[in-house]
Design a protein around this ligand. Structure first.
Ligand SMILES: NC(=O)C1=CN([C@@H]2O[C@H](COP(=O)(O)OP(=O)(O)OC[C@H]3O[C@@H](n4cnc5c(N)ncnc54)[C@H](OP(=O)(O)O)[C@@H]3O)[C@@H](O)[C@H]2O)C=CC1
Ligand SMILES: CC1=C(/C=C/C(C)=C/C=C/C(C)=C/C=O)C(C)(C)CCC1
Length: 336
């Protein structure tokens, strides 16, 4: 009995050490682009949705470091101001000047309220953007919600489709004029590999007949890709590009609606710490598409780990993309 216990303890310890070694010996955070160029984004204004947490926060930090003026479009002002304060502190501690100061190249950080689950909020946000911002060089549609229980947005849309697709659809359309007048400019859309398990079921886009939280997340992420490809087609010749990416599996707050028994949670935390990307690692493709000269003029493509990847045929179906666009226009009230 005692031997079995010791063996189990040794196995657990060995496993933990292996995981730790894998974490520290494995590839460290790679900044795949922009390396030491702290002025690559100087003079550029970037809007990032959901910039107070996870990938959005890490993307904001990286672009700020590259000298951009970063607008954080967030639904909760208090959470966003707290994240902004931390980002400013981190930049200062890393040796850069306070963002917004005149002391050097570091960018500026601005918080604006944006709730993608409310078309009224999206419209008010865009009105403020158009009044206050003379230019917009990069829009990063990053905010997202994952596998929540059945909920509806203020306008009656199923929450994951409403936030991940429709809110961003309206936002992008209302900011297109500003992006065009700031060209060359870029739109970056954060999707997921889980798009593969989705389908655009046009007869029940609000999931009123049945709701499957995994399917609805995947559908919203497939919609992100179809939207990108249709928009790229519509933007040909404007010098505004739009590309879509998957970040890999990243340790963020996205899993907040997944309920794990308290006792098993430490194990999940250990697994995510050992195997998931950190937010900074996960943000690299967003930063690459937002800033790298390598992708100047590239549009309508799907990226992972800063490289172009193939899409399944269902994500390249032009007729589905057009139909989704037309229906989305009606749903968000762009077309009566
Ligand atoms: N983490 C991963 O493994 C993967 C993530 N992704 C995608 O990456 C993107 C970022 O997610 P991640 O950083 O992981 O998750 P987080 O939960 O850490 O961040 C999501 C952000 O979206 C914001 N958000 C949620 N709902 C709304 C809303 N109604 N209006 C405005 N903002 C909202 C959140 O705000 P608040 O903090 O106030 O809730 C938060 O800032 C998502 O689009 C996700 O689908 C894709 C594949 C894998
Ligand atoms: C880290 C972690 C969790 C897992 C989150 C996961 C697995 C999120 C995956 C999101 C993906 C893959 C999205 C793709 O688009 C739990 C279970 C909430 C518990 C505590 C720690």
């Amino acid at each position: 009995m005692a031997v079995a216990t010791v063996a189990a303890l040794l196995a657990a310890l060995g496993g933990a050490l292996w995981l730790a070694a894998r974490r520290f010996v494995g590839p460290t955070v790679q900044r795949l682009h922009g390396g030491g160029n702290s002025s690559l984004m100087h003079g550029k204004t970037v809007l990032i949705t959901g910039a107070n947490s996870g990938l959005g926060r890490a993307t904001a930090a990286e672009l700020l470091r590259l000298g951009a003026r970063v607008i954080m479009g967030c639904r909760d002002r208090a959470r966003a101001e707290e994240a902004a304060g931390q980002l400013r502190r981190e930049l200062r501690e890393a040796g850069g000047p306070e963002p917004g100061s005149d002391a050097g190249e570091a960018g500026e950080l601005v918080v604006k309220e944006l709730d993608l689950a409310s078309l009224r909020s999206v419209r008010a946000f865009c009105q403020e953007m158009l009044q206050e911002e003379p230019r917009l060089d990069v829009l990063i549609n990053n905010a997202g919600i994952f596998q929540c229980p059945y909920m509806k947005t203020e306008d009656g849309f199923e929450m994951q489709f409403g936030v991940n697709h429709l809110g961003h659809f309206l936002l992008t359309n209302l900011l297109l004029g500003l992006l065009k007048s700031s060209a060359p400019s870029r739109i970056v859309v954060v999707s997921s590999k889980l798009y593969k398990y989705g389908d655009i079921n046009f007869e029940d886009l609000n999931s009123e007949q049945s709701y499957n939280k995994s399917f609805c997340y995947s559908r919203s992420k497939l919609a992100n890709i179809l939207f990108t490809r249709e928009l790229a087609r519509r933007l040909e010749g404007t010098n505004v590009t739009v590309n879509v990416l998957h970040p890999g599996i990243v340790r963020t707050n996205l899993g907040r609606h997944i309920h794990i028994p308290l006792l098993v949670k430490p194990l999940f935390n250990l697994v995510s710490w050992a195997f998931f990307k950190s937010p900074v690692e996960g943000a690299q493709t967003s930063v690459y598409l937002a800033s790298s000269p390598e992708v100047e003029g590239v549009s309508g493509k799907y990226f992972g780990d800063c490289k172009e990847e193939e899409l399944l045929p269902k994500a390249m179906d032009e007729s589905v993309a057009r139909k989704l666009w037309d229906i989305s226009e009606v749903m968000v009230g762009l077309l009566k």
